[in-house]
Each structure stands twice: as C-alpha cells, then as structure tokens.
Design a protein around this ligand. Structure first.
Ligand code: GLA
Length: 404
C-alpha cells in the first residue's frame, strides 16, 4: 500500500517557523540587555473526566507539544511591559488591587497573574516580557490558562520566588476568576504538572497529580469543530448553569460531595436514587457527573493495562453522556465525533467545556495519518475556514511548564 502523505503539519515535532524566538522579540521591542529567562507553558487536551473538576472529581488531561514561550527580564521598578506579536504591546504599573482593563483584552491575563502573585507574595520587581506561541487561541486547548500560568511563573521567577505546585494551584484559579471565567482547576494542573509521554491523573481533594504513561502505539488527534467556544456570554452562562444544576442535585440527595456520593455506591444504585428523587436538568447533570467519575476511574485502569478497546469505548460513552445528559455538545461536535469514528478512530468525544471547540480522537499510532486524511474528507472538506496547522493537531503527550 502507498504511504499516505502527511495532512497535518504538526505530526512533525519541530516548531513551526512562525513561532519565532521570544528573546529576539524582547530585544527588538525593549532593547538589548542581559540574557533573558524563558518560561514555556503547554496547552492541554482532556482525555477523560469532563465537567467534573469543578465538583472536585478526578480528571485525566495531558499537556500537548504546542506551547506559549515567554522571554523576560526583571526590572528595577514595578512596571510590567509585555509584547505579543498578534496582540500588540502593553505597559502598566504593578500596583496592589489591580482591576481588569477592557473585556477581551489580553492585558487582563497579565494583570490576573500580577494580582495573583501580588496578593500572596511580596514582589518588588516588574518585568519586560515577549510572548510567542504556536498554541491556537480560543481552540479549547487552554491557551488562556497557559498565558496566565506563564506570566505568573515569570513574575515569580523575576522576584526570586519558587512556588510549589500546591501554592500555584491555589492562586491560578483565582487568577482565572479575575479574567471572568469560573472553570475548575484541571487546566492549571495539566499545564503545570504534566510529564512527557504521560497523561496526568489529577485529584483535587486532596490535591495530587500522578503521571500515567501512554502506550507508544496509542495516539491522539485534537480536531476543531470550526465553531468556537469562547467562554464568555451565553456559553459562560450555560457552563455555570450545568455547574449549579449538578451542585443542587447533590444537595437534594443530601451528599456532602460527589466524592462521597460515589464512594461505596455503584452507578446502578445512584441511578435508581436519582430516578426516585431528582427530576429534569438536575437529574441529568447528576447522572453525567457520577457516570463520568466511574468512567474516569475505568479510563485510568484501561490506560494502565494498555487496553485500547476499553479506553476507546469509554471515550465514546463520555461523548454520549455529554451530549444527552449534560447537553453541552453541538451539532458540529456530534458530526465531528461521528466523522472521526467513521474515519476509523477507536474512540472520540468532545473535549473541554463543549458548546463548540474541539474533539479528542483516539487511535492506533499507525492509523493516525489515515484518520486525519479521512477526517479532512468527511468533515472539513464540507466546511469553510479549515487551517490544518490550527484545527487538526496530532497531540503528543508533553511536559508541563518549564523554565527553559
Ligand atoms: C473548561 C474549564 C475546565 C473544565 C472543562 C470541562 O475547559 O476550564 O476547568 O471544567 O471546561 O471539563
């Protein structure tokens, strides 16, 4: 059989040339000076455990090879100056009790980081910073958490602070609230704690992060539905509504937490209980959350046992639950997941918040190129705006944030 030619640029691990060198950008924009430090932070894709992190239940994301890189130099005063090629330069005084600037401005992520660091530590030095990235924004790959985390780590390093994973996991979700999003803490855990070649099994109460190696012959694609899921406006309201319905259901059943609900109960028992005592959205959200919790445990076991068919089935079941119970899928995501399965994937599901955004597609490594090619035919050829480098990514399990 003829070797298929690559359809996705990022199957090759080299950085795309548009990424550029942040140290060069820093010198161009803010002048020559001592060699800057560099921090790099990856994007992430969630493999299993969707819409459960904000209920304190474990998740299994992995960091991907697409990253943002920030070159920075400490300053002697409390100014923060930053440049990012597509978004322009920003400059502000790092005072206490910073307020967000106009909604949607990328400066808010820098302000969020500055406020998170300023509220907890006692920094004296601002930074000059230059950001480059090959992580597409608003693509469900957590570019905003990567940016927030990157600036937080840069400001800490510039002030000689070595924060622990636990400390960072306390301040980063707060930073996200500053920008206006009330997600869970999965994204920060993934972009901070991931290890190359592994998925990261994250528990929140108490916090722990355990790398689980991914078999060499397992591969993932992250495919964008070409409909965006900006966590603002309507989508934010929908996301919060799911969260609230899930919490109300829990309260209605008298459990102190979801972790308590699933301890010593089977899914069947919880389903019977929810059937008798809950209705409508609360019942559906409860069933998704507890079902996903059991699937996450099974998914970790399947990964550890290299049981690809079980792992694929679990991903498929998760999509069905997100579509029918939690109702966070969309016609585009359903069509994409369906196309991925027809293309030969072992499993596929929406990943991240949903309502648009991406699907994660699981396959045997030797099939990834064929599946990508088939997906282009089955899904993308009928739609506008497809850019292979942005919308169809061969995701490699990568390391979390690094001081390079
Ligand atoms: C968004 C949030 C995460 C998580 C997912 C759903 O990506 O940022 O914390 O809640 O949605 O699993």
């Amino acid at each position: 059989m003829e070797e298929p030619s690559p359809v996705i640029s990022s199957v090759t691990p080299e950085r795309p040339s548009y990424l550029g060198d942040p140290a060069v950008l820093l010198a161009e924009r803010f002048g020559a000076g001592p060699t800057p430090s560099i921090v790099s932070v990856p994007g992430r894709v969630n493999l299993i455990g969707e819409h459960v992190d904000y209920h304190g239940l474990p998740v299994l994301p992995m960091a991907i090879q697409r990253r943002i890189r920030i070159a920075f130099r400490p300053r002697d005063d409390r100014r923060i100056r930053a440049v990012s090629p597509p978004y322009g330069a920003r400059d502000f005084e790092w005072t206490r009790h910073l307020k967000p600037t106009s909604s949607g401005d990328w400066e808010n992520y820098i302000r969020a980081a500055a406020e998170a660091v300023g509220a907890r530590w006692n920094p004296a030095r601002g930074i000059d910073a230059a950001v480059v990235s090959d992580l597409p924004p608003a693509a469900g790959l957590s570019s905003s958490s990567a940016l927030l985390t990157g600036f937080t780590l840069a400001l800490l390093q510039a002030n000689g602070v070595r924060a622990t994973f636990e400390e960072l996991m306390e301040v980063l979700p707060e930073g996200e609230y500053f920008v206006g999003t009330r997600g869970g803490a999965m994204d920060h855990a993934a972009v901070l704690g991931s290890r190359s070649g592994c998925a990261l099994w994250v528990h929140f109460a108490p916090l722990s992060a355990c790398p689980v190696p991914i078999p060499k012959d397992w591969s993932f694609l992250v495919a964008h539905s070409l409909t965006t899921a900006e966590k603002s406006g309507k989508v934010r309201a929908e996301y919060n509504a799911r969260r609230t319905a899930g919490s109300r259901a829990l309260e209605g059943l008298g459990f102190p937490s979801y972790a308590a609900a699933i301890t010593n109960s089977t899914f069947g028992q919880l389903k019977a209980l929810a059937g008798a005592r809950l209705e409508g959205e609360e019942q559906r959200c409860f069933l998704h959350v507890v079902g996903e919790a059991f699937r996450t445990t099974e998914g970790v076991a399947a990964l550890r046992n290299a049981d690809a068919s079980a792992f694929g089935r679990i991903l498929n079941e998760s999509h069905e639950s997100l579509r029918d119970l939690l109702r966070v899928s969309s016609p585009a995501l359903d069509a994409l997941v369906d196309a991925a399965r027809r293309a030969g994937a072992m499993g596929a599901r929406l990943t991240g918040a949903g309502f648009g955004g991406c699907a994660v597609i699981f396959c045997h490594s030797s099939n990834r190129q064929q599946i990508a090619a088939a997906l282009v035919k089955l899904y993308y050829s009928e739609r506008h705006g497809f850019d292979p480098g942005t919308h169809l990514i061969a995701a490699e399990p990568s390391s979390g944030a690094l001081y390079e």
